[in-house]
Ligand binder design. Structure first.
Ligand SMILES: Nc1ncnc2c1ncn2[C@@H]1O[C@H](COP(=O)(O)OP(=O)(O)O)[C@@H](O)[C@H]1O
Ligand SMILES: [Mg+2]
Length: 467
């Protein structure tokens, strides 16, 4: 079911941010935690990966609470990739929420509010629900009309008769007109397999009964088998949601129809905004669920990139949030060395200079961090990653073109070389070739320059006037 997809508003942009790491499937470790040269999409960066393996052990043995992992290293050395690798290692259904430090600065939402939201995006809940459902193939669908008592014209639907069939039997149901509305919304017709939730009346179309399967090779329909058992039954449903999904679902109960019944209405009443009070109420209900064994907490990974962009207020919040009983695993990343902690510039203590701290992180938070450093890649490693990416993106890369890209990677950064792949492939396509040749890479490289060349062209010569 698509609870996560539906509910989280900016979900798609977050996925797009992960897309360039789609080749990363884990940390590529052996049983005893040593990093393989190339495994699960990970190349090199051996000691950082092994350090992360240790962190994984700490997380699994529940000894990581109250701490955070800090990844430091130059841009494009695989900090985000490592964080994602850890999330993969923790399990498939573990939420991963990436954010960038500067996201917290908005004129409309409080900084800590943004942090709080992302914290809740990174905490998953696995809910087991036993639902009473009616499931079967529709054999009959007849709305019965009646005169509208309120006006002389028009008619209203008084009830709907629906026939459902399973392998074991058939049943005829008389349904409320409001359920007919959801039936219309799901666009179901005779021959479809549906299920109706008994207590909410939510209707879900499962697919078309395979008795109606035709002989087309290609079709948009999904055919499903006739359900087994009785029409009326109890069904166990397992769903993975994040706390943020619950916040949203309960802030807008009108959207709760296709979302889970119970989860969608944890808190009664209509609200339009996620408030601390609402969150508190949801936490209480969730706690109850966990105690009764209906739900299980799945702490995910919150990844804060460019953590030096956060300010003192955010760091204070982070410190406190790490202490809380339900906290995700927090991974921070930065490419800064010593710099001023934002938000301390006007502090009287520092004499208006600001407090300088390693990575721009206050010492009390640094104290809680386990720091792992990522190192620059060698030429061979860059080449391996490029080859991997080309395979994932289904690109046919000429051997010389690969060498040239590798050189670019050494000169600027791995990320820059990876970014040249797509434009080069488009240029190849324009010349009606499937293979990417040296020329395509060269052209892409003249069209898009890396940061160093860009800065140089602006400070020297004709570009200088822009500064
Ligand atoms: N060791 C590695 N193995 C495979 N791919 C990597 C490795 N390191 C980085 N990458 C890939 O290179 C790109 C840039 O790395 P990224 O993790 O975004 O760097 P950073 O976060 O340190 O700036 C990403 O597409 C990433 O998946
Ligand atoms: Mg990154």
């Amino acid at each position: 079911m698509k609870v996560t997809g539906n509910a989280s508003g900016s979900g798609s942009s977050r996925e797009a941010r992960i897309a360039s790491h789609s080749h990363i499937k884990g940390l590529g470790l052996t049983e005893d935690g040593t990093a393989l040269p190339l495994s699960q999409g990970f190349v090199g960066q051996k000691s950082a990966r092994e350090a992360c393996a240790l962190i994984l052990d700490l997380i699994r043995s529940k000894k990581f609470a109250g701490r955070a992992l800090l990844l430091t290293g130059a841009p494009g050395t695989g900090k985000t990739a490592l964080a994602l690798g850890i999330a993969h290692e923790l399990g498939q259904k573990v939420p991963f929420c990436p954010m960038v430090g500067s996201e917290v600065f908005s004129s409309e939402v409080k900084k800590t509010e943004v942090l709080m939201e992302n914290f809740r995006r990174a905490i998953g809940l696995r809910v087991r629900e036993t639902k009473e459902v009616y499931e079967g193939e529709i054999t009959e669908l007849t709305p019965t009309e009646a005169d509208n008592p309120l006006s002389g014209y028009g008619k209203t639907i008084s009830h709907v008769v629906i026939g459902l069939k399973t392998v074991k039997g058939t049943k005829q149901l008389r349904l409320d007109p409001s359920i007919y509305e959801s039936i219309m919304k799901e666009r179901v017709s005779v021959g479809d397999v549906i299920y109706i939730e008994a207590n909410t009346g939510a209707v879900k179309r499962v697919g078309r009964s395979d008795a109606y399967a035709t002989e087309y090779d290609l079709e948009a329909e999904e055919y499903v088998a006739l359900p087994k058992g009785e029409v009326h039954k109890r069904k166990e449903v397992v769903q993975d949601v994040t706390l943020h999904d619950l916040d949203i679902a309960n802030a807008k109960p009108q959207g709760g129809q296709d979302i889970m019944s119970v989860v969608g209405q944890l808190v009664k009443g209509r609200r339009t905004e996620i408030t601390d009070k609402l969150r508190g109420e949801i936490n209480k209900v969730v706690d109850g669920y966990i105690e009764r064994g209906i739900a299980e907490l799945v702490p995910g990974v919150l990844f804060i990139d460019e953590v030096h962009m956060l300010d003192l207020e955010c760091f204070t919040y982070l410190n406190r949030a790490l202490e809380s009983t339900i906290s995700p695993h927090v991974i921070l990343a930065t490419n800064r060395g010593k710099c001023v902690v934002r938000g301390t510039e006007y502090d009287a203590v520092s004499g208006g200079e600001g407090i300088v701290s390693p990575h721009g992180i206050p010492l009390d938070l640094l104290d809680r961090c386990m720091i792992v450093r990522t190192l620059p890649y060698t030429k061979e490693e860059i080449k391996e990653v490029l080859k991997l990416r080309a395979r994932i993106e289904n690109l046919n890369l000429n051997e010389d073109a690969l060498d040239l890209l590798t050189e670019e990677g050494v000169k600027s950064s791995l990320r820059f070389a990876l970014q040249l792949l797509s434009p080069a492939s488009i240029l190849a396509k324009v010349s009606t070739r499937t293979e990417i040749m040296v020329g395509d890479v060269q052209e892409a490289n003249t069209l898009f320059i890396d940061a160093r060349r860009s800065a140089r062209s602006l400070t020297s010569g004709q570009g200088g006037k822009f500064l």
